[in-house]
Design a protein around this ligand. Structure first.
Ligand SMILES: O=C(O)CCC(=O)C(=O)O
Length: 295
């Protein structure tokens, strides 16, 4: 992770949950583990429609090769030239109908309703993440970003395509909901600030897991798999090490009880986002780069 090898015995598979299980069982497992991992929540056909939609837009700006659904990076980009600007381009990609049909659709909502045990609502603001080889996300808690409106927010992370371990899927630090020292730092972040909270843990994840005697958990994600996790579970991603330039595609969306106030930064057709820069502040809004060629 972050170009550091992870010793095999520190890595463990995420425990799988099933939508066939009773709500009470899912809820008590969520309370205990702070995550629930479900296989195949969305079908392959719907996921392919998302890939076609998103990668089709990236193909238009020269970033994705034919056949589009394979999601292979060309190593080039003309995205910087889009007349509407990068933020607006990314907003329109992030609001595509096939994508939203899954990320904010009935299936997603019903599942979160069951996990929370109350009717839920999603933030409109969506983090779409096409990750080229070489990319990874540092470990962090989501609490400093999203927990302003409600005490019961969860993140739903969805794999739009197969994401085997070598292509950089999500990774969680088991039992990190109990790392009180790190949680205290994360809970102390000033929510009224428009600054992006400085909450990434730059420490080597392997050292962290070893020193706290816990496992790093991930899976060979398949198209349509979903993980729902709490604001107080440390997570990041493995490096995308695809040898054929496959771009890893996922989204993460926050859901909360519908009866709680929603943080206005993440609501509407053109949400301001954490810093006020809207969709333009997201990593996804940056043209894909050739970093991976240099490794
Ligand atoms: O997909 C990733 O690389 C990171 C996702 C993440 O940080 C999140 O879902 O909160």
């Amino acid at each position: 992770m972050q170009e550091r090898p992870i010793v095999e015995d520190l890595l463990e598979d995420l425990s799988e949950s099933s939508t066939e299980e009773a709500d009470a069982i899912l809820q008590s497992r969520f309370q205990e583990n702070h995550y629930l991992f479900f296989r195949g929540v969305f079908d392959q056909k719907s996921v392919n429609a998302v890939r076609k939609e998103v990668f089709g837009r990236l193909h238009e700006v020269g970033e994705i090769k034919e056949p589009i659904e394979d999601g292979v990076f060309t190593g080039m980009s003309s995205r910087i030239e889009v007349p509407e600007g990068l933020g607006e381009f990314w907003r329109s990609v992030s609001q595509g109908p096939a994508l939203r049909g899954l990320s904010h659709g009935d299936v997603a909502q019903q599942l979160v309703n069951r996990v929370l045990g109350v009717p839920s609502v999603a933030h409109d603001y969506l983090f779409l993440r096409p990750a080229v080889p070489g990319r990874s996300t540092h470990l962090h808690y989501d609490h400093p970003f999203f927990a302003r409106g409600s005490s019961q927010i969860v993140t739903m992370w969805t794999a739009y395509g197969d994401i085997p371990v070598e292509e950089g899927p999500l990774l969680i630090v088991d039992q990190s909901q109990g790392f009180q020292d790190l949680l205290d730092l994360s809970l102390a972040v000033d929510y009224e600030s428009n600054d992006t909270p400085l909450v990434q843990l730059m420490q080597d994840p392997v050292e962290l897991a070893k020193s706290r005697n816990v496992k790093l958990k991930t899976a060979n994600f398949r198209a349509g798999d979903v993980i729902i996790f709490s604001m107080t579970l440390l997570h990041g991603s493995l490096d995308n090490r695809s040898r054929r330039g496959r771009v890893r595609l996922s989204s993460d969306v926050r859901w909360q009880p519908a009866s709680d106030p929603v943080d206005p930064r993440y609501v509407g057709e053109n949400p301001p986002g954490t810093t006020g820069a809207g969709y333009g502040e997201l990593n996804g809004a940056k043209p894909l780069t050739v970093d991976w060629h240099q490794r």
